[in-house]
Design a protein around this ligand. Structure first.
Ligand code: DAH
Length: 351
């Protein structure tokens, strides 16, 4: 009897010590297999007398049942441990924040240009775009800026290692003013018939925003920057109209009536007279400071002739402004370089 208690204990101990299902099956074979210890005991019954065989047989079968129960319990324990391990390995933390894709947004300068376009479009201005690599004639000569004239040094220009048909270096346009010439010449060509017949052509009213380039870099200048050119040419367009257009623009761009505007005499080769346009807000953080927002003037007759138009019959004004500076003023940005560094921490503030 005691030997059976020990046997059951030994089986339990081996089953418990089996670390894997395979080791458990080996342990099972040692007790319940063909030549396992329980099987050997049962074989030994044959030698016993009838009564003794009955009693011993029942005891062995009890021990066998206890060993089978221990085996089953250990099998279940190992299976449960395996399941637990798998669950832990495949665990999903549903409380972790998801990985989202960033939502893009318009750059503050693009937004500013869209704003400028919308305001001028509502005043009947077309929006035109032109090349950033320009000929010498378009960037300078057509704009009454003769070769070797000192006024050319107003702009520190980038040149491209390629020459145009006249043998002059191409340039990265230092301003959007060539677009006055490109657009006006196209307009003149479109209306060649009226013009030839001496009839008045429809007015030219256009803005041309875009990238411009100069050898210049500090907190208020970037070698690549933006300009927006404006041109209004007709038979009877005056400085008064320029003033109305620009003050209306400022009012709508900055969404305020509380500013003063002044025209400060200046010089540009392509306008005569020329003026810088300054504004001063009456309140807010910039109150009382004159801020330059545009260059402007009445288009010089030489330039009107380069448009392919009669300078006696056509008159008007041009202006050029800086969307980068306008964005900085409107959004309170104090360093222009921030606009072009591409730092998302900065740009995301303008979503
Ligand atoms: N092109 C000038 C510049 O880059 C800006 C400018 C001034 C444009 C006067 C104009 C104008 O159309 O009339 O400094």
């Amino acid at each position: 009897m005691n030997d059976l208690v020990d046997l059951v204990e030994a089986a339990r101990a081996e089953f418990t010590a089996a670390p894997t299902p395979a080791a458990l099956e080996d342990a099972k074979a040692r007790f319940l297999g063909k030549s396992g210890r329980v099987t050997e005991l049962l074989k030994g019954l044959a030698a016993l007398a009838h009564e003794a065989k009955k009693a011993r047989g029942a005891e062995i079968n009890q021990a066998k049942a206890a060993i089978e129960a221990a085996l089953q319990a250990r099998r279940e324990a190992l299976a449960a441990a395996e399941l637990e391990r798998q669950l832990r390995a495949e665990a999903l933390d549903v409380t972790l924040p998801g990985r989202s894709r960033g939502t893009g947004s318009l750059h503050p300068v693009s937004r500013t240009i869209e704003r400028i376009e919308a305001i001028f479009a509502s005043m009947g201005f077309d929006v035109a775009e032109g090349p950033e690599i320009e000929t010498d004639w378009m960037s300078f000569t057509a704009l009454n800026n003769p070769e070797n004239h000192p006024a050319r040094s107003m702009q520190d220009t980038f040149y491209v290692d390629l020459k145009d048909a006249e043998g002059r270096w191409l340039n990265l346009r230092p301003h959007t003013s060539p677009m006055q010439v490109r657009y006006a010449r196209q307009h003149a060509a479109r209306h060649a018939q009226e013009i030839a017949a001496g009839r008045p052509m429809p007015e030219i009213r256009v803005i041309a925003p875009g990238r411009t380039y100069r050898v210049d870099s500090d907190a208020t200048h970037s070698p690549m920057f933006h300009q927006c050119e404006g041109l209004w040419i007709g038979q009877n367009v005056s400085f008064k109209d320029l003033k109305v257009v620009l003050s209306d623009f400022v009012r709508r761009f900055f969404e305020t009536d509380d500013f003063d505007m002044r025209f400060r005499p200046s010089f540009f080769p392509f306008t005569e007279p020329s003026a810088e346009v300054d504004i001063a807000f009456r309140d807010g953080p910039l109150a009382g400071r004159w801020l330059e927002v545009a260059g402007s003037g009445q288009v010089h007759p030489n330039v009107v002739r380069n448009f392919g138009l009669d300078a006696e019959a056509n008159i008007g004004f041009a202006f050029g402004m800086g969307p980068d500076r306008l964005a900085m003023l409107r959004d309170g940005i104090d360093d222009m370089r921030l606009l072009f560094e591409g730092d998302l921490r900065f740009l995301a503030q303008f979503r």
